[in-house]
Ligand binder design. Structure first.
Ligand code: PMP
Length: 354
């Protein structure tokens, strides 16, 4: 039986994507060859890369607006340093909203001055700082739109003339935003887009080429753009599967359609967390994430009972990250409303057992 998979990533993808991807492993486009045994320079694969790149831009509403989409390797973690390598000349601002922001800050410090414009470390990152000042003249401001571990999400992005760089690893393609407000977006594939192994980078072409340092080819966005994201052998399976997920999303009605479903899932789970006295939410209400809901048991002695119940219901992956403890239910695009219903039923049963 297929489990209800609330894993934080890698995570559930649409069932039809799993099917099509596995078919392509056996026989790609009825060619008598596997997707993973053909040349990445073959016409069939070049078309996959082009489709994936154009779908990413189309779904974000960025087609024809001076942006390029790249499918790179090294995970979102590689982007922590690649963004700084390509964009940081003197000083950049970072909003510190958790573990991933801190890792981005650590890497960027190797390339220039880093200023933390705000931080929620004082309360173990259970909120998003607001009202912080953004000095003029920064090379860029780096934000993490969704904090996978702590379950917080930026709802309102700052208005600024400083170029915005955003790590959207855990909420890209999940909600409608004016994506033109960002100059560079990056996201590891393994939440809302595909399997681990590729990272989507969407970059506004005219912010590049401004730093004075020499950039090694593999770390240079302009090199990857000039080679249509094929500077070296791309991760063919991850790109193909990402393309399938983006097609699935487009057929569903795009980001507007999935946002509606994501809202319903989040409302269902958060209203249970708020009303059920057995559970306590971790993140501040106004900042909580529609992708990752973090919560704790009000009484830890109930842990054994709760864990047994959700496992019995076919639920997977709701143990919280070690730095927060408790539970984290990740509700990425491909997780069904029905799966959230199953979790909510288990939580109400806990209340009845009380
Ligand atoms: N940023 C965020 C917001 C993440 O959630 C993660 C991974 N969970 C990363 C960065 C790191 O991604 P990767 O493992 O692909 O390097």
């Amino acid at each position: 039986m297929k489990k209800h998979n609330f894993s934080a990533g890698p995570c559930v993808l649409p069932q039809e994507v799993f099917l099509k991807a596995s078919e392509a492993i056996m026989d790609f486009n009825e060619s008598g060859l596997s997707l993973i045994e053909i040349s990445h320079r073959s016409k069939d694969f070049v078309e996959v890369m082009e489709k994936a790149r154009s779908l990413a831009l189309e779904l974000l509403g960025l087609e024809g607006k001076g942006y390029s989409a790249l499918f790179l390797q090294g995970g979102a973690s590689m982007q922590f340093l690649m963004t700084a390598y390509n964009l940081l000349e003197n000083k950049a601002g970072y909003l510190n909203t958790g573990t991933w922001s801190e890792k981005a800050i650590k890497e960027a410090k190797m390339f220039g001055d880093i200023m933390e414009v705000g931080s929620s470390k004082d309360e173990n990152f259970n909120y998003i700082p607001k009202g912080y000042a953004i000095p003029e003249g920064l090379d860029y401001l780096h934000l993490t739109s969704n904090n996978t571990i702590f379950g917080t999400q930026i709802k309102k992005f700052p208005k600024t003339n400083v170029p915005l760089v955003c790590d959207m690893s855990s909420d890209i393609f999940s909600r409608q935003l004016d994506f033109t407000q960002f100059d560079l977006i990056y996201a590891g594939a393994q939440k809302n887009m595909g399997p681990a192994g590729t990272t989507l980078v969407v970059v506004k072409d005219d912010i590049l080429g401004k730093v004075s340092r020499k950039i090694p080819s593999m770390l240079d966005y302009q090199v990857h753009i000039s080679k249509d994201s094929m500077f070296n052998t791309p991760p063919v399976f991850a790109v193909y599967t990402s393309m399938l997920t983006l097609e699935w999303l487009k057929d569903l009605g795009g980001i507007a359609a999935i946002e509606e479903i994501n809202e319903k899932k989040a409302q269902l789970l958060y209203s249970e967390i708020d009303l059920n006295p057995v559970f306590q939410g971790f993140a501040k209400k106004e900042d909580r994430s529609n992708m990752n809901a973090t919560f704790n048991l009000a009484d830890d002695r109930l842990k054994e009972t709760f864990d047994a119940l959700w496992k019995e219901a076919g639920i997977n992956g709701i143990n919280g990250h070690r730095s927060v403890g408790g539970y984290r239910a990740s509700m990425y695009n491909a997780l069904s409303l029905e799966s959230v219903g199953v979790l909510v039923d288990v939580m109400s049963e806990m209340e009845r057992k009380g």
